[in-house]
Design a protein around this ligand. Structure first.
Ligand SMILES: Cc1cc2nc3c(=O)[nH]c(=O)nc-3n(C[C@H](O)[C@H](O)[C@H](O)COP(=O)(O)OP(=O)(O)OC[C@H]3O[C@@H](n4cnc5c(N)ncnc54)[C@H](O)[C@@H]3O)c2cc1C
Length: 817
């Protein structure tokens, strides 16, 4: 669970008595004013630069104002705030994520609504030779949902209905009421809303519920499944264990597109009666084949869109129950000696650890927030959660965390420890009882990145100690660079230290976490790619917020940009470095495994080392992804992307007819090179023929890395240019006629070029014939070159005809010049 860095307490370090009195006098007026401004901010939603400064300024003038304002806003506008976050349609939310992260326009996102649509989509993708990447909510903080360069993005938001369970096909029809069936894109929030008709009335119990959850409700159920999303509790299932069966569109051994229902082997949890199932499919347009096989079932649970697209899921339900929560501050030295008892004595148990040491009666120690949640049969009102926990789920949490981060990074050795302390201790709960999912979830909507390596539970204390030691060492180094005393520098625009370069270097070289560590405990499961595969696990999450607002504020102000945005960039670089180093440290010492939905950096060898069934999973993957259609950024990174070899024999021309395309010739005078670009299907064919074996040309969609995305700390791309003609091949010639290079290309200057030497091209399997102005341009270019080299000039008649086989040697004329 990502805990927000929420620090709303008055700042004792900077207050003098006088300033305190002033603040008290001002606070009554400021409070009303703050409320009005905060209401404006929130109802506008978008935070303008001046507004963000206002909010920060308010807090600087009178610490606590944000809290006062927020409380009022929250009380007055609870419903409106919920509506702001919740009313947007899921398809739009997902599209917004995809647009922001990958720069793909909403109109280019595919939104299948049925299994038939999915099958058609795979057929289309296979035809044009591009990958498909399915996403749920596209919220993973990693490259798991990231497309490779030529990909059809598939949002599953249109496959989100709740569906009836057909008791007739089950082995035990009574089981139907304990199963929940829905489309892959249904969000966890939608599922819970359906299971709980009285969400605001804790006295009305739920008939059935999900036994365990992650901290967010935003995930699509299959998005959560595919990264092995988990909550905490050594006996509480992670997502893969909540799933009884799922349906997937994929490829079989023969390379045919198939729809499968995957279940565990008979006797090991299979739910369907094979005969009844087969009968139910006899009339179906797209019949689903039942596969009851542990290996296949487990491989697909955590499969990250690499084995196929899951379109339906059957979840296991348990009778509704209540949890009683206690959250209180303790010390790590105390908790670690009792860890195994605490895990055994509590149903749900997790920790929030301040990664920087404080003084525990003269001994350096780390503060810990202990969260213990236990099942109770009936509801009893024993107290409430602090308001700050609910505020953190609103825009207020988002704004506050951004502002506090900005303060933190401009005063590294001073503000961060304060924030961490408050963040660790601010959410104590004496006693709070509610329906299980209310207690388990904290639906934060904060810009952040995290890494979350997982170690075997028996190594939990040592692994946590190793991370704490690393963080403390970085902090000591920061203190050496910037010795106390500190001015906390609450003026938002001015870093506390004049030497900005030194501050930047500190954040780059010895970064420290800006939020407490989240530590959770999860039972073993059987999914080969899961971090919990066959081992009870301790997950160590290092969340570090980001800020949406710096960009906006710094847009027109170069001085501010230099001071704050550059510093922020340094923080983001440092964040990435810290994530990498923590992951590596835990891999080296404890064979840590990645949470695929959080920042992780493994290569293939390391994946195979820490996930013992990785190679077995690859065997299944190679069949399902033989076409390469399920390649993505993640498979590229792991170096497991599949690139089917092209046939050695020349590809027959479609229908035996010459292939037609467009041709453009340009003379690059500065380099004295000629460039002939051929486009359309013709270009793709030529490229394949000339450079076999090659990957499919990758020009479907073009991405550029954007700074904004880099700042998010995830591997992502933004801004896309969708091309009218997806394939372009470029021949570059020296004036003597030699072919210098042959590349696939993106025809960015297409419009310009077309107005010059454009023409047509056709290819009959052997000869490429260029006509029109493109032929004239090419001929004149080569003729001029040959004149220089004193070669005889051929007659300038007719089209230019090039022979494919002789192109590369430069001896490519039939009668070209
Ligand atoms: C604020 C926040 C809080 C979080 N809290 C927790 C937590 O408490 N516990 C935890 O374990 N994790 C947590 N995470 C991580 C999060 O649960 C995972 O990253 C999850 O996968 C995100 O769900 P999604 O629907 O956005 O998935 P996406 O990012 O859309 O997809 C995840 C992966 O699944 C694949 N996929 C999606 N749909 C399909 C499909 N239909 N068929 C095949 N493949 C598919 C995608 O290609 C991708 O590889 C948190 C993340 C955030 C941002």
């Amino acid at each position: 669970m990502l805990e927000v860095l929420v620090d709303m307490a008055p700042d004792k370090d900077v207050e003098s008595d006088q300033s305190l009195r002033c603040q008290e006098e001002k606070s009554a007026m400021a409070s009303q004013d703050s409320t009005n401004r905060a209401v404006t901010l929130l109802s506008d939603r978008a935070l303008r630069p001046d507004q963000a400064s206002d909010l920060a300024g308010m807090e600087a003038e009178a610490p606590g104002t944000i809290e006062a304002a927020s409380q009022k806003v929250f009380e007055q506008q609870r419903d409106e705030l919920r509506a702001i976050v919740d009313d947007e349609h899921q398809c739009r939310k997902v599209a917004r994520q995809i647009e922001n992260r990958y720069g793909i326009d909403e109109k280019d996102i595919h939104q299948p609504e049925s299994v038939g649509d999915l099958v058609a989509l795979l057929e289309q993708a296979r035809q044009i030779g591009v990958a498909v990447r399915a996403v749920g909510s596209a919220r993973s903080l990693s490259d798991a949902p990231t497309p490779t360069s030529d990909t059809m993005m598939v949002s599953t938001c249109g496959l989100a209905d709740s569906l009836p369970v057909d008791a007739e096909v089950l082995q035990d029809s009574a089981q139907a009421e304990r199963l929940y069936r829905c489309g892959a894109g249904r969000t966890v929030a939608e599922i819970l809303a359906e299971l709980d008709p009285h969400p605001d009335d804790p006295t009305q119990p739920m008939a059935y519920t999900l036994q365990n959850l992650g901290a967010g409700q935003f995930q699509a159920v299959v998005g959560a499944l595919c990264t092995s999303t988990h909550g905490s509790g050594l006996h509480q299932p992670s997502f893969p264990q909540l799933v009884a069966a799922y349906r997937m569109v994929t490829f079989d051994e023969a390379g045919e597109i198939v729809a499968l229902q995957l279940e565990p082997s008979p006797g090991n949890g299979a739910i369907s009666n094979p005969d009844a199932f087969a009968a139910s499919q006899s009339q179906a347009d797209i019949p689903v084949t039942l596969v009851q096989d542990d290996a296949q079932f487990n491989a697909g649970l955590v499969s990250l869109s690499c084995l196929g697209i899951i379109y339906e899921v059957y979840l296991k339900l348990v009778p509704g129950f209540y949890l009683e929560e206690h959250r209180f501050t303790d010390w790590w030295s105390n908790v670690k000696t009792q860890l195994s008892e605490l895990l055994n004595d509590n149903d749900y148990f997790e920790l929030l650890i301040d990664p920087l040491q404080s003084d525990n009666n003269g001994v350096p120690d780390n503060r810990v927030m202990r969260t213990q949640r236990n099942r109770v049969e009936t509801y009893h009102d024993c107290g409430e959660r602090p308001l700050v926990m609910e505020l953190a789920t609103t825009e207020i949490g988002r704004i506050t965390s951004a502002i506090l981060l900005e303060w933190a990074i401009k005063s590294p050795p001073a503000r961060v420890p304060r924030n961490l302390h408050t963040g660790t201790t601010a959410t104590e709960v004496d006693c709070y009882t509610d329906k299980n999912y209310h207690v388990l979830q904290l639906n934060l909507n904060i810009n952040s990145a995290s890494t979350e390596p997982a170690v075997a539970v028996e190594h939990a204390a040592d692994a946590i100690d190793a991370v704490l030691a690393k963080v403390q060492a970085n902090f000591e180094d920061m203190k050496r660079r910037f010795p106390p005393p500190y001015d906390l520098g609450l003026d938002l625009d001015t870093p506390f230290h004049e030497d900005i370069d030194a501050l930047k270097a500190a954040w780059r070289e010895v970064p420290i976490p800006t939020s407490p560590l989240g530590v959770r405990f999860v039972p073993a499961n059987e999914a080969p790619l899961s971090q919990m595969y066959q081992r009870a696990t301790c997950t160590i999450e290092m969340p570090m917020p980001g800020s949406d607002y710096l960009d906006q504020r710094s847009a027109d102000d170069p001085v501010y940009r230099l001071r704050m945005l550059d510093l922020y960039e340094a923080y983001l670089d440092g964040r990435q470095k810290l994530f990498k180093e923590v992951e590596q440290l835990l891999i080296d010492r404890f064979d840590a495994r990645p949470h695929w939905g959080q920042a992780n950096f493994l290569d293939r060898d390391t994946a195979a080392r820490v996930l013992p069934a990785f190679e077995n999973w690859l065997d299944i993957y190679r069949v399902r992804n033989a076409t390469g259609l399920f390649n993505g950024a993640l498979t590229d990174r792991l170096n497991i992307s599949m690139h089917p070899d092209l046939d050695d024999d020349p590809v027959p021309l479609p229908d035996g007819q010459p292939v037609q395309g467009k041709a453009v010739f340009r003379h690059n005078r500065s380099e004295n090179r000629g460039s002939l670009k051929l486009k359309d299907g013709l270009a793709k064919l030529l490229y394949q023929r000339l450079t076999q074996p090659v990957e499919e040309p990758r020009c479907y969609t073009l991405f550029f890395l954007s700074n904004r995305c880099k700042r998010m700390g995830v591997s992502c791309v933004a801004s896309t240019q969708n091309l009218i003609y997806p394939y372009v091949v470029e021949f570059r010639f020296a004036p003597t006629g030699e072919l210098l290079s042959l590349t696939e290309d993106y025809d960015l200057d297409n419009a310009l070029a077309l107005n010059r030497n454009s023409g047509t091209a056709s290819f009959d399997g052997r000869y490429i014939t260029i006509r029109g102005a493109a032929a004239t341009g090419l001929r004149e270019f080569v003729r001029a070159g040959r004149r220089v080299s004193a070669q005889p000039l051929p007659e300038p008649e007719g089209p230019v005809v090039l022979r494919l086989e002789s192109l590369a040697s430069g001896n490519w004329d039939v009668e070209p010049f």
